[in-house]
Design a protein around this ligand. Structure first.
Ligand code: PNS
Length: 164
């Protein structure tokens, strides 16, 4: 039922979420307000060196979106298009922070569309979140910086455990 807006619309929001930060939460909350069901998937990005295991990232996501009743979290190791098919998702949703995100995101959207016909919808991040990036949060936390205003509380605790 891909793209059929007359019925329940289920979207898939994939990402590394290593870790999830407030910019991601904002996109998830927006998607949850626009669509009937949102599946957030912690996935493997082979181009990035991460810190947290997939199950830790899933756990942090799960507690961080517990206030949203139409959001489900899972982890998946494989192609986004395969997960979208498995979950019968109508659209992929991605957040865009800046023009610099666009080139890569556009290419992924086109690749996924060519592979399976699924479309990607982009949600622009609000200016208050547009500087947030997991790699900077990891770096700040690693060197003792205060990231408590940038991530959900359980993530701040987990980062403290990880980096001391
Ligand atoms: O948060 P990120 O790192 O920007 O998310 C990128 C992610 C995980 C969505 C991307 O790397 C991805 O889709 N990985 C799964 C494997 C896949 O489908 N690769 C083809 C992308 S065109």
């Amino acid at each position: 039922m891909s793209g059929d807006l007359s019925t329940v619309t289920r979207v898939l929001y994939p990402g590394s979420f290593d870790p999830v930060h407030n910019g991601h939460i904002e996109i998830i909350e927006t998607a949850a307000s626009l669509f009937d069901e949102v599946i957030v998937a912690a996935m493997v990005n082979t181009t990035k060196d991460g810190v947290f295991q997939l199950d830790d990232r899933e756990e942090m996501l799960t507690v961080s979106v517990a206030h949203l009743s139409n959001v489900r979290v899972k982890m998946f190791s494989g192609l986004v298009v395969d997960l979208a098919q498995e979950e019968d998702a109508d659209f992929i949703v991605k957040g865009l922070r800046a023009v610099s995100d666009f080139e890569n995101e556009l290419q992924m959207a086109q690749m996924n569309n060519a592979a399976s016909g699924i479309h990607t919808l982009f949600i622009p991040s609000a200016s208050r979140s547009s500087f947030l990036a997991s790699k900077f949060i990891r770096d700040f936390a690693r060197w003792g910086g205060d990231i408590s205003a940038m991530v959900p509380e359980p993530v701040a605790i987990k980062l403290k455990e990880q980096f001391g």
